[in-house]
Design a protein around this ligand. Structure first.
Ligand code: SP5
Ligand code: ZN
Length: 342
């Protein structure tokens, strides 16, 4: 299986994040990609190739042009008001406030285009996020070229980012951009299976009213875990997309044995839907050693996950999402890829 990765993705290198209401050392850091890349090479998963540079219009197929422009211009606007350090949003248009007015100040824009204060933006965030999306697009192109599988070593991740907002360490929805690219290039039914510990709220929202992109997610119950405001079992799609979103919220403390039945159910939906391609939003944060998460996967369980996904029997691209136990991240990620490749 080919891996797609660009060093440009390392340029987003936050020092700190706001987590649990406090400033803490950032966990979504370049070392995550570096350890995965090293393990891909050590365990000879396959060639590592650089992404192609795709035109912005592919990103704008799923993200609002004004949001994309905001990200592109952010650092210039932030420094123009005298700021120099990495940026955190701090005011939001919640209920009863207006989201549709013309705002000039960068602080107001930053709040409008974000869902949390845990996602710092720096001087190089845009170019890294752009490269991460290119990595997903390149993996999608590999499937279109006839490859049976591909690994998009994306970072920063994507599944919390929506049509016009960032959050959860995510800026562009890499899996969503790839799914739309596959649709735009002749495939009719795409399935996205999100196995990150956190619900993929951004991806779900992008395709909630569409039957052509099935969204399935297994994750920590949002009543007890980020992102809190989406990812419940009664969210099953709307309008033409009714029935094409499914969520399996699971309790904190879930181990592989308790997770496997939900995975089986998701795989049954895949069997019924018969996608022409599958995108796995591959978070590795269900791991027992993850510093911000509450599931209990062991490293070997990731082999089982890969084996099960292979049995679905569909051309599959893996898009890396979360996973913050740096020392085990390469092992856990490559276990999925090896389990899949057999
Ligand atoms: C892509 C991805 O995995 N994003 C995750 C964003 C999570 N942000 C909220 C983190 C809250 C951490 N709370 C940890 C409590 C453990 N003591
Ligand atoms: Zn996650």
């Amino acid at each position: 299986m080919k891996t797609v990765f660009s060093e440009t993705q390392l340029a987003h290198a936050p020092a700190q994040e706001i987590s649990d209401g406090e400033l803490k050392p950032a966990v979504e850091i370049p070392a995550r990609a570096e350890i995965v890349l090293k393990t891909v090479r050590d365990r000879q998963v396959g060639d590592v190739i650089a992404p192609e540079e795709f035109p912005l219009r592919h990103i704008q197929r799923v993200h609002a042009p004004d949001y994309v422009a905001f990200l592109e211009n952010f650092w210039q606007m932030w420094t123009a008001v005298g700021r120099s350090g990495e940026a955190f949003p701090f005011v939001w248009p919640v209920r009863s406030l207006r989201v549709d007015t013309q705002i000039n100040h960068i602080d107001g824009l930053l709040g409008r285009y974000s869902m949390d204060a845990g996602t710092p933006l720096g001087a190089h965030t845009y170019k890294a996020a752009r490269a991460s999306a290119d990595t997903a697009l390149t993996a999608a192109q590999l499937l279109l070229n006839g490859e049976q599988s591909a690994f998009a070593l994306c970072r920063p991740p994507g599944h919390h980012a929506g049509f016009d907002f960032l959050g959860g360490y995510c800026f562009f929805n890499n899996a969503g951009v790839a799914a739309q690219y596959l649709r735009d290039n002749g495939l009719n039914r795409i399935a996205i299976l999100d196995v990150d510990y956190h619900h993929g709220n951004g991806t779900q929202a992008l395709f909630y009213d569409r039957p052509d992109i099935l969204f399935l997610s297994i994750h920590a119950d949002p009543k007890d875990e980020y992102p809190y405001y989406l990812g419940y079992a009664d969210e099953t799609g709307e309008h033409a997309g009714t029935g094409f979103t499914r969520n399996w919220p699971l309790p904190l403390g879930t181990n592989w044995e308790a997770y496997a039945p939900a995975l089986e159910e998701a795989c049954r939906w895949l069997l019924v839907y018969k996608p022409e391609a599958m995108i796995v939003s591959l978070g590795l944060d269900c791991f027992e050693g993850d510093p911000i998460s509450g599931f209990k996967f062991k490293s070997e369980d990731y082999l089982r996950l890969g084996e099960r996904l292979a049995k679905v029997g569909v051309p599959t691209m893996f898009v890396m999402e979360g996973g913050y136990a740096i020392d085990a991240l390469g092992t856990n990620c490559v276990n999925v890829l090896e389990g899949f490749a057999g």
